[in-house]
Design a protein around this ligand. Structure first.
Ligand code: NAD
Length: 500
């Protein structure tokens, strides 16, 4: 199917795809697939005001009814899974099953949020005063700005939106300027859900703004956007986080990762190899949770590297639309250049590198295709501590588990981590307070491919935000502590006397 047909099958019209100022390229072959209209900065105040109006109405709609809108969104996503998945492949370069998987993740969080819409529970708390009752109530907080990265062009919006909607908050979405088309196609699906839902959904409940940092900054700066969820590089988060805090907003930051696997002597090596290959080269190494560091026990390191090098030789790199391809293109030529530069630095720091070269045979012209790389490092140097958004794994050796854990934690980022071991003491130590310092820590599975049921996010330069499952919904609401006195007395807490 031609690029244009993929887009029109997803409901995008000729008028929406032409005549604008933002040029959109497919990483598959570098061709320009659309020129879309950008939101102008002067339009932002009206857009934010509309979200505020929507908030005043939506917060009064009962939460289970709000959940019904999310249920309908899940249904519409099921109906449009193939079409939207194909746009993800076209615009982000993901292989077909990962494009579909991303839409499935949207469906999953919708299902989760529907159930959650009947469970926005607060606590009841024992009061120290007679004739008093204490409890907490969760209330909607206000419009939620959602700024997303190119590599999960729709799933991250859905993690935020499904929860924000049930929590009573309108959403303004600013997708990556590299992937506006998936966002536009998603809004078509959302519109169908809204139409079926009926009049309870106010105008301005869900809005899309298109553009770069400047448009995102309007959301970041506005006091009328109390929640700002931003997913992207640590560089972006270091600008956005303080600005939101400065105006007393609530940032939810999901930033870069530098995820490691410790492979212990007892590990099932064949399983570890499979997990490493998927985590390191899936999405061409462009997941925030992609595996970037392998910390292998010295007794098995050489054997592991040999097995990995063998597996890497047969990896099918190429057109992500083609059946059998496992490694699609990088997002653009700049990303390939960054990969090349990182490998050059690694070599200067003493690395022995397998793979990593540009791939030009049997791939579409114009795309940035690469052979995934393994860099055997003498130590965890600066380049290893840096997130390069490409399929590179740095392999290092260790002697004791304490050393391995220290190495795993000795990077600025704190998103995902794992250990392969059959030794229960090692596994539990890794998950304990003296183990991994990451938001996600796994045993005998790789660091990428999280399910929506758990809270997703990480520590340190990853930003500290949590989204998706568990109690992440609390990030989209305000907590109110209530004390009710049903006695005829007015006792003060802590025994304070204040008689008048
Ligand atoms: P990026 O930081 O270049 O852009 C992300 C988004 O931020 C884009 O929409 C961009 O327009 C916007 N932006 C940039 N500067 C801004 C500013 N000053 N104000 C407001 N908005 C601004 O990131 P990218 O290249 O699209 O994505 C890759 C990065 O995202 C990697 O570092 C990856 O680890 C990270 N990521 C993290 C998670 C997570 O959940 N932790 C998920 C996906 C991606």
């Amino acid at each position: 199917m031609s690029h244009r047909n993929v887009l029109t099958a997803a409901g995008l019209t000729e008028a929406e795809l032409t005549g604008g100022t933002l040029s959109v390229h497919s990483p598959i072959d570098g061709t320009e697939v659309a020129k879309v209209r950008e939101t102008r900065p002067e339009e932002m105040p009206a857009i934010i005001a509309k979200a505020q109006d929507a908030f005043r109405a939506w917060r009064e709609v009962p939460a289970p009814r709000r959940g019904e809108l999310v249920r309908l969104l899940g249904e519409e996503l099921r109906n449009a899974k193939e079409e939207l998945g194909a746009v993800v492949t076209l615009e982000a370069g993901k292989i077909v099953s990962e494009g579909l998987g991303e839409v499935q993740e949207m469906i999953d969080i919708c299902d989760f949020a529907v159930g959650q819409s009947r469970q926005l529970y607060g606590l009841t708390i024992a009061s120290e005063r007679p004739g008093h009752r204490m409890m907490e109530t969760w209330h909607p907080l206000g419009p939620c700005g959602v700024i997303t990265a190119f590599n999960f062009p729709v799933a991250v919006w859905s993690w935020n939106t499904a929860l924000a909607l049930i929590c009573g908050d309108p959403v303004i979405w600013k997708p990556s300027e590299k992937t506006p088309l998936t966002a536009m196609a998603t809004m078509k699906i959302m519109e169908r859900a809204l139409e079926r839902f009926g009049d309870d959904a106010p105008d301005g409940l869900l809005q899309l703004v298109i553009g770069g940092a400047e448009i995102g900054e309007a959301l970041v700066a506005s006091k009328d956007v109390p929640i700002l969820s931003a997913t992207g590089s640590t560089r972006m988060g270091s600008v956005v986080g303080p600005k939101v805090m400065e105006r007393w907003g609530r940032p939810i930051l999901e930033l870069g990762g530098n995820n490691a696997m410790i492979v212990a002597p007892s590990a099932d090596i064949d399983m570890a190899v499979r997990a490493i290959v998927f985590s390191a080269v899936g999405t061409a190494g462009q997941r925030c949770t992609s595996l970037r560091r392998v910390i292998a026990h010295e007794s098995i390191r050489e054997d592991l590297v040999a097995k990995l090098a063998k597996a890497y030789q047969t990896l099918p790199v190429g057109d992500p639309r083609k059946e059998g391809t496992l490694v699609g293109p990088l997002i653009d030529g700049k990303a390939r250049e960054q990969m090349r530069a990182a490998l050059k630095t690694a070599k200067e720091e003493g690395a022995h590198v397998h793979g990593g070269e540009a791939v030009t045979d049997n791939v579409p012209d114009g795309g940035a295709y690469v052979a995934p790389a393994i860099a055997e490092m003498p130590a965890q140097s600066d380049i290893v501590r840096t997130e390069t958004f490409a399929p590179i794994i740095y392999v290092m050796g260790y002697d004791t588990l304490e050393q391995a854990i220290a190495m795993q934690n000795d990077v600025p980022q704190g998103l995902s981590s794992c250990i392969f071991t059959l030794n229960m003491r090692e596994a539990e130590s890794f998950l304990s307070a003296v183990g991994s310092d990451c938001g996600i820590a796994n045993v005998n599975i790789g660091p990428s491919g999280a399910e929506i049921g758990g809270a997703f996010g990480g520590e340190k330069e990853t930003g500290g935000g949590r989204e998706s499952g568990s109690d992440a919904w609390k990030g989209y609401m305000r907590r109110q502590t209530n004390t009710v006195n049903y006695s005829a007395e007015l006792p003060l807490a802590q025994g304070v006397k204040f008689d008048i």
